[in-house]
Design a protein around this ligand. Structure first.
Ligand SMILES: Nc1ncnc2c1ncn2[C@@H]1O[C@H](COP(=O)(O)OP(=O)(O)OP(=O)(O)O)[C@@H](O)[C@H]1O
Ligand SMILES: [Mg+2]
Length: 468
């Protein structure tokens, strides 16, 4: 991308940055593999998040202090001023942004904070600073109520307008405007988000949401993480990669992350996990989910089965192998609603290699009829028996398996395969009921049940205790 000749001398550039500092704002960027904090991880880039935010929905997830709000404010100013504003031309050049993605000329946008105090604290002064000392008119900059700034843009009669709103205002306050973009900082209510969708509808505009997922598996998770929406761009900024975050703090974070991977998932990586009463706090995708590889034929293989007994309850089968050092490797997952036990037996066999030998299959003990059927009428090979369904003990054993073994490797890992994704969602979201005596009723835990049967089965087998 080359700069127009009119901008290309050093003095003009310096003057431009002084008059509108957005012109000189740069996103942080690095490429490659992390060598320091989580060796082997692909590093995140704020610039990539900026360049790729060209869909209808643009979601920048991230841990705390990663630079999400910086990302949001820069885009907010660019969309308000328009892609042909000289300051935005330079900004686009420095950050290698395809400016054809941003409308030309000034327009109106909204910048939405959770509440007005936050709007005052993290949006207004900072955006004012990016806009610079030029010709602009503020209304309510420091007031804990709605505020707006109108900015004169060279060559245009109309002005750029940024309105500062708060999610706390509720849906009604988000009606009756036509906008080119809305910028939402931190997760608010779905009702406000839906209203914002209406506001950008006329202009085929865009929505931008920057957030740390700290509220559990909410509507954002349902709409943009559980389902893949081709109109949405989602990205995770990771705190380790923010060069503006102090090194000494990163060292402290690293110690805590080692003790508490669930904390690191939420606060450092910005992953969705439930917070309150989460059962498997030590399950972390970055620790326990690994690339798939061929399982050597000598490793003992097992299955865990949960029978889907009513509509809406899937029949689930999970396959796991025992690595010679004792690590349990979960390598295949089958999940299907309705259908007969005969059908499931056929499908499970179809998924296996013809030469695959399964030693043990531990099944949901609540349905002895189906276990009998898998032994006698629709045999699936190996020793098929009741799993141990003592929930507390089973959960404890899965928790132990998630911890590092003597060599530092986790006691259980899961292959990174699309079919296993629903199981990871179950791990993230599984919660205790009030009082923490048992898991909350009505959760999706069919996959987790199969893991309980397998872990308990393998561990008891190793201790020489028969199960079933
Ligand atoms: N591109 C950048 N240029 C300069 N400073 C940056 C940049 N990106 C991030 N920072 C700095 O990193 C820190 C965190 O940034 P920011 O407030 O945007 O993060 P956040 O993810 O929104 O944090 P929080 O979770 O507290 O909302 C701030 O001090 C910010 O100024
Ligand atoms: Mg922020």
């Amino acid at each position: 991308m080359t700069l127009p000749a009119a901008l290309a001398t050093a003095t003009t550039l310096a003057r431009l940055v002084r008059s509108a500092p957005i012109a000189g704002w740069r996103a942080w960027h690095a490429e490659g593999i992390d060598q320091t904090w989580e060796p082997g991880r692909i590093v995140s880039s704020q610039r990539f998040a900026l360049q790729s935010a060209t869909r209808k929905y643009n979601l920048c997830f991230g841990g705390n202090r990663t630079g999400k709000t910086e990302w949001l404010r820069a885009l907010c100013v660019a969309y308000a001023l328009g892609s042909d504003h000289p300051a935005i031309v330079l900004w686009g050049h420095l950050n290698q942004i395809d400016l054809t993605q941003i409308p030309r000329g000034p327009g109106e946008v909204w910048c939405v904070a959770p509440d007005f105090a936050t709007s005052v604290k993290v949006h207004r002064r900072q955006i004012d600073r990016l806009l610079g000392p030029g010709d602009k008119d503020w209304w309510g900059m420091d007031a804990e109520s709605e505020a707006r700034v109108r900015i004169k843009v060279p060559g245009y009669e109309s002005e750029a307008v940024i309105v500062f709103k708060a999610n706390k205002q509720g849906r009604e306050a988000f009606q009756a405007s036509s906008l080119r973009a809305v910028f939402l900082d931190e997760e608010g209510s779905e009702a406000v988000f839906e209203e914002c969708e209406q506001r950008v509808g006329d202009q085929a505009g865009r929505l931008f949401l920057a957030m740390s997922p700290l509220k559990g598996l909410t509507w954002v998770h349902r709409r943009f993480v559980e389902t893949i929406d081709p109109e949405a761009f989602t990205y995770h900024l990771v705190r380790w990669d923010n060069p503006f975050y102090p090194h000494a703090e990163k060292l402290r974070d690293k110690q805590r992350a080692e003790r508490d991977p669930g904390w690191a998932d939420a606060r450092i990586r910005g992953l969705f996990v439930v917070q309150k009463g989460r059962i498997y706090t030590t399950f972390s995708r970055s620790t326990h989910v690994v690339p798939a590889y061929p399982i050597p034929p000598t490793w003992p293989r097992h299955r865990g089965i949960d029978f889907g007994t009513s509509p809406g309850n899937p029949h689930v089968c999970t396959w796991a192998a025992e690595r010679p050092d004792g690590q349990i490797v979960v390598y295949r997952h089958y999940r299907r609603e309705e259908q007969t036990i005969k059908y499931h037996a056929e499908q499970m066999l179809k998924l296996q290699e013809p030469s695959e030998v399964i030693v043990s299959t531990w099944c949901d003990p609540e349905d002895p009829g189906k276990i009998l059927s898998l032994r006698r009428d629709h045999p699936i090979g190996g020793d098929v028996r009741k799993g141990d369904n003592r929930i507390d003990d089973g959960i404890d054993e899965v928790k132990q398996a998630l911890l590092p073994m003597a060599d530092g490797q986790p006691g259980i890992v899961f292959f990174y395969l699309p079919e296993l994704a629903p199981l990871f969602v179950e791990f993230d979201g599984y919660q205790w009921a009030e009082g923490r005596e048992k898991p909350r009723e009505g959760q999706n835990d069919h996959g987790l049940d199969t893991i309980r049967y397998i872990v308990r089965g393998i561990r008891r087998r190793r201790r020489g205790i028969a199960v079933g």
